[in-house]
Structures are given as C-alpha cells and as structure tokens.
Write a protein that binds this ligand. Structure first.
Ligand code: V47
Length: 363
C-alpha cells in the first residue's frame, strides 16, 4: 500500500502515522469517518490488523444465554427489554437455565455468554447460583457474563460496592465481562435514548474495577441511530484512554443498530458503507485494543466476512440462540456451525483460528 492508493488527499498524513505506528488524533478519526474513500480507510485498517494478527481470524465455540429481558431501564433503542408484567417479558428459572446448558453438554463449547436486563427483583443469590450451577455442569467452560450495566445494577440491589459484587461473582465462576451496555457515551444521545441507564462514567468505572480485579472485558458501541460521527470518535477516544490505564479490554465490537420493534423504528439503521467504515475506523483509533470483532448476528455472515478485509480479526462464534438482535428484527440465523465459520473466514483469505474467551488457541 502506498500513498497513491488514496482517493482522498486528507489521508496522506494519516497514512504516514499508520505506517509509523503512531496514534491517530480525534481529528484523524473524524476525517476518516467523513470520507467516502471506504477502500482507503479499509486499506489503512488492514495494515494495522495485519501488523497485529497477520492473516489470522478468530472465532469461538460459544453459547449465548439471555436469561431474562425484564429491565428497569426502558431504552428507546432496545426491543429486547420489557418492564415486569408487560407482554413479552420473560425470566428463566434456574432450572430452565441449567436445562439449556445440559441440552448442549455434548458440544465442545468453551464459553457461555450470559446477558439479561436489569431485573427489579431477582436477588443477588440468583446470579451467584446461576454461575455456580452452570460451573457444576460444565466446570471447564468460561463464563462471560453480565455487562457493566448489569454489574452496577446488581451491586446497587445487593447493597454492595462494585468491587465486592465482582469478587462475589468471580468466586461463583465469573470469568470475564461482555462489552454490552456502553451504547454511545454522548450525553446528548443518552438523554434522548436511555436517560435511566447507567451513565458513561459508571460504565467505564465498572470496567476499570473489573480490570483491576483481573477480569478482562470487552467494549461495544451502538451506532447508526442518533449519534454524530464526532460522537462516535469521542466514544472511541474515551475507551482508548481507559485501556491506556488498565489494558483490560480484549475486543471492541461495534453494534449495528437494528430499528425494528424499538422506539426508533422510523430509522433505517446503518448502511453497508457505514458498517465497514465503522469497523475500520475502530481498528485505526483503538490502537491499544488487541481485537476488533464483527458480531455476525448483527452484521450478517456476509458483511462479517467482508469485514475481515476492513480491519476485523474476530467474527465471534457459533452463538446458537440470541434474542437481543432478533427481537429488533435481525434476519440472521440463530447460529453458525464451526464449519460455516471456518469456511467464511477461509474464503476471505484468512486463516481460521479457534480461540477461547481469553484468546488462547483451542485444539
Ligand atoms: O448492550 C440493544 C445492544 C447489546 C439493540 O462482548 C442493540 O463479545 C443493535 O453487547 N440493535 C448486547 N444492538 C449485545 C452485546 C454483545 C454482543 C456480542 C458479543 C459481545 C461481546 C457483546 O446489544 C446491548 C445493546 O448495546 N442492543 N438493542 C438493537 N436494537
């Protein structure tokens, strides 16, 4: 890749920085987002991706478990969360949860990804029992459970500090935190979309505490709704600052907004150009994040495959049952097999690598 590669002359100084391994500024992030030179942004992001991971592309054999959608927050972008007692609200009992795990004991699952709403009543003991019970059934599995938002909620309900809550969950089997609930940190957007939800400072503080206690976590950004491109860059910069301090984030996952059945159903959601550009700019801005993940459930397997040429090095996993995106209109399958994931990666010219949650190689 040379300087002549770019349609957009504003990319030349950015190219020099990327080639030298220098950090990009907020202005660079905005320049990249505002440009229509998608292939130029992609080429820059691929340079970083290949420096970090060569041709490797990661996937995991995982199971998603959305134990309850009952939630006190009422976020306008969410079709999953329901107020207690309202149509569509559900909560699994511990027995139902364990039955879901038992049903797939014969599969070589290495991670169970557990996310739910902020339930007004479930006691803290329910969450501890859930983790302990799953660990009894599958001692070897890694439990990636509860977003920073759920952790802060559990702490408040239990009358514990965030650190005490995380320590108790860790003792019960928690292995790491998924990246959900960050949405977009802009106060303007949050006032419009999710005023009840844990504020950005709270989300970042839970992540910092988890990292201090030795728990890794992921980070997300919900994009393609009311946020501006500058607000996206700000979100990335705030995550980058925390990562400079803690080093505890593993992957960043941009989440493509799905409008159906939400309070923003008049919107279209992000375009294909936007999906790819957001992944590529994330790779470029988050120079201290090891991995950029394309969550195929939201992007679709086809877009996830192409994203491997735009800075992405991870396509998540087998999943098999997902409710949050599907309740918001996703038409993607509920799961992909290992063979499908490997074929998708290979066809993009990458080498499929099965990983566990902590990016250790499996098999
Ligand atoms: O926190 C809610 C988002 C998140 C919608 O850490 C929506 O590896 C799109 O965080 N359209 C949950 N997104 C999913 C999540 C996740 C997924 C896969 C992997 C990982 C990881 C994390 O989904 C929520 C919220 O930010 N969300 N509603 C919607 N309508």
């Amino acid at each position: 890749m040379g300087v002549n590669h770019f349609q957009d002359p504003a990319f030349y100084p950015i190219y020099e920085k990327v080639a030298a391994g220098e950090r990009l500024s907020r202005d660079d992030g905005c320049t990249l987002f505002h440009s229509s030179d998608l292939l130029g942004v992609g080429a820059l992001a691929q340079r970083v991706r290949e420096r970090l991971h060569g041709r490797q592309a990661f996937y995991i054999y995982n199971q998603h478990l959305n134990y309850s959608n009952i939630c006190v927050n009422g976020c306008r972008f969410c079709a999953f969360g329901k107020k207690q007692g309202k149509p569509g609200a559900y909560e699994m009992t511990l027995e139902e949860i364990f039955a879901r795990i038992e049903a797939r004991l014969h599969e070589p699952i290495t991670e169970i990804h557990i996310v739910g709403g902020c339930h007004p009543e479930l006691p803290f003991s329910f969450y501890l029992e859930m983790l302990r019970g799953i660990k009894r059934l599958r001692p070897e599995v890694h439990l990636q459970a509860f977003t920073c938002v759920e952790i802060a909620h559990l702490a408040e309900k239990a009358g514990l500090s965030v650190a005490e809550t995380l320590i108790a969950l860790k003792d019960a089997g928690l292995g790491s935190l998924p990246g959900g609930g960050a949405e977009v940190f802009s106060p303007r957007v949050r006032r419009a979309l999710c005023p009840e939800k844990l504020a950005p400072e709270g989300w970042l503080s839970v992540a910092r505490t988890a990292h201090r206690l030795g728990l890794k976590s992921n980070a997300t950004m919900l994009y393609g709704h009311l946020e501006s491109l500058e607000e996206r860059v700000d979100h990335l910069v705030r995550l980058r600052e925390v990562q400079d301090d803690t080093g505890g984030f593993q992957a960043f996952i941009p989440l493509a907004f799905h409008p159906q059945n939400t309070g923003l159903s008049d919107l279209d959601g992000p375009s294909a150009m936007d999906d790819l550009k957001t992944l590529a700019v994330s790779r470029l801005m988050l120079d201290n994040f090891p991995h950029i993940k394309a969550f195929w459930v939201m992007l679709g397997p086809k877009m996830s495959q192409i994203s491997l040429c735009f800075g992405v090095d991870d396509v998540d996993g087998t999943v098999m049952e997902e409710r949050i995106t599907h309740m918001a209109g996703a038409t993607t399958p509920q799961g992909l097999t290992r063979a499908q994931l490997r074929a998708l990666i290979r066809e993009a010219g990458c080498e499929p690598v099965e990983r566990d949650t902590l990016y250790r190689l499996v098999g």
